[in-house]
Unconditional design. Sequence first.
Length: 117
Amino acid sequence: MDNLVINIKELENYSEEDLPLQLVENPKIQNKLFKHDYITYEKGYYKFKYVGILVVENVIIKCYPKYIKTDDEEEIEKLFKQVLKVIMKYDSTNDNPYETNELDDVSFHEPNLFINS
């Protein structure tokens, strides 16, 4: 099965119609996102509270910062790459606070976060 790539803006409201069915209708994926507080659901809208790359099952979620205002896909990719470089630099100078036994179904890889199936 091919991976599905989704571009998401941090803290923006997404209705179920805005998101692919693979994400909305898969409770296993949703449970992992909710469990680790990467996503909220209020008044019919999903909101992602994460910047970076999440890989859950066969879904790749690229969450870019709220301050990226353009709709131009090429510009988003360019700015997102800069954000990932900053995350990598930050992660290389700080201990990862998530490296605990509490997150048994999560493994971290700079700069990406992979949630294992």
